[in-house]
Design a protein around this ligand. Structure first.
Ligand code: AMP
Length: 374
């Protein structure tokens, strides 16, 4: 067990690192951030910020020396950096998990080989592969870059019954890719699951997620699904965590299909945007749970205290002026979180707010109203 008073090191300095740092501090831990870009959101709440390239071994060694345990909050950290740190310091989740989850080809292959339900897929590395994959998977389908994709980036939906293969391959940029069958889903949900070295495993209440332009817009909790479905989703998330050998926190994104079946869309071995609601609405937040899991503390209660809706605040809300926070700040059921980012850009996650109410319907109606007030 890494006792409170010790120091947690984290690779990646975005808002996920920032909120992890806040939770670490609340439990009396020190916090060190490693992030290539200076003045990062997590650096604002850290004891020390190391700004260096992820390939810089002497800087990685500084992190290993400063921390008692190391983790990561960003999926696109080169896995070599985690392998290096894993050799020099305790590191969770193990580097192999990051390596699997940061690449769609490896992730999908892991899911399929583990017998976890997911969309049918084929690996594509040439125009000929694409033609064969389209034949096998059929349309509609979606072509996704194998590596470094997030929030719908590097994705191309193919609807056409007789698509122009060579045009699509050119338009896509000829990157190695995964062609996935289109899932005609009823709803998108996600489950946060945490596990520690002692073998404890715990899930948070299921979030129902609504995306706009491929970016998470609202998370509604509890998701408006049956008890049976929510239990199956929690079990599935635990199964994924066990098969990965997880120590840490994992976000499992799922499609709920029209017939009630579940299919895993994506895995994120770190805190997840759809788990932000836990800060204001659960006994233990996902960030505190993450800290507990990587430090080997007992896992905290994941009980939901009140129905909640989380709304992302993107840079789009700035439009040449700072949004007017007054209605959010005045509202007794709203909680505002800002990440301290200096530059607002379209699509950039700047903050979020949560609305707590007696029912999700009330919370959702109020959340939409407050969002439009920005
Ligand atoms: P991803 O980056 O893979 O999470 O995809 C972003 C969003 O695109 C998802 O949240 C879904 O709304 C949609 N999407 C991705 N893959 C599929 C699929 N195979 N079928 C239907 N919708 C998808």
């Amino acid at each position: 067990m890494i006792e409170p008073g010790a120091t947690i090191g984290i690779l990646g300095g975005g808002q996920l690192g920032r909120m992890t740092g806040q939770a670490a501090r609340a439990l009396g831990y020190g916090f060190v951030v490693y992030e290539p870009q200076e003045n990062c959101p997590a650096g604002h709440v850290a004891d020390m910020e190391i700004n260096a390239d992820y390939a810089d071994e002497s800087a990685l060694q500084l992190l290993a020396d400063a921390a008692d345990v190391v983790t990561y909050e960003f999926e696109n950290v080169p896995s070599e950096a985690t392998h290096y740190l894993g050799r020099h310091r305790k590191l969770h989740p193990r580097p192999e998990i990051l390596h699997t989850c940061q690449n769609r080809e490896r992730e999908k292959t892991f899911l399929r080989d583990s017998g976890i339900p997911c969309a049918p897929f084929a690996i594509v590395d040439s125009e000929e592969d694409l033609a064969a994959a389209l034949e096998k998977i059929g349309t509609p389908c979606v072509l996704k870059t194998a590596a470094f994709g997030y929030d719908g980036k590097g994705q191309l939906k193919i609807d056409d019954d007789s698509p122009n293969v060579s045009e699509i391959w050119k338009q896509f940029g000829k990157h190695r890719a995964v062609l996935e069958g289109w899932m005609d889903f009823e709803m998108e949900i996600s489950v946060m699951v945490a596990a520690n070295e002692q073998g404890e495993i715990a899930t948070f209440p299921i979030a129902e997620n609504i995306h706009t332009n491929h970016i998470l817009d609202y998370s509604i909790v509890p998701a408006r699904i049956s008890k049976d479905l929510s239990e199956r989703a929690e079990e599935l998330a635990k199964e994924v965590a066990r098969k990965l050998g997880l120590v840490g926190l994992l976000g499992v994104e799922l499609f709920v299909l029209k017939d009630g079946a579940l299919a895993v869309n994506e895995l994120a071995p770190r805190p997840h945007n759809s788990g932000h609601y836990t800060i204001d609405a659960c006994v233990t937040s996902q960030f505190e749970q993450f800290v507990r899991a990587v430090c080997g503390l007992p896992l905290g209660s994941t009980e939901l205290l009140r129905p909640v809706v989380m709304v992302n605040i993107l840079g789009d809300a700035w439009q040449g002026r700072t949004p007017d926070w007054s209605s959010l700040l005045r509202h007794p059921q709203a909680k505002l979180h800002l990440y301290g980012k200096k530059q607002a850009r379209v699509g950039r996650k700047m903050g979020h707010f949560c609305v707590l109410a007696d029912s999700v319907d009330e919370a959702f109606a109020l959340a939409r109203e407050l969002k439009s007030s920005l």
